[in-house]
Write a protein that binds this ligand. Sequence first.
Ligand code: ZN
Length: 61
Amino acid sequence: MAEREWVRCPVCGSKTRLQIRADTELKKFPLYCPKCRRESLIDAKNLQVTVIKRLEEKMQR
Ligand SMILES: [Zn+2]
């Protein structure tokens, strides 16, 4: 059986509704947290989640 893990929200630390497997690879995935309602861009590989960008920081050009 493939190992699976719930991805946690990098902002508030609660579980999101996203599960990844040991062989799941995500690139710039917009992870949405139903709890704090924020979206974070993440990469995931080998069950390691990397936050690319915390909250959509107000990007002013
Ligand atoms: Zn959250």
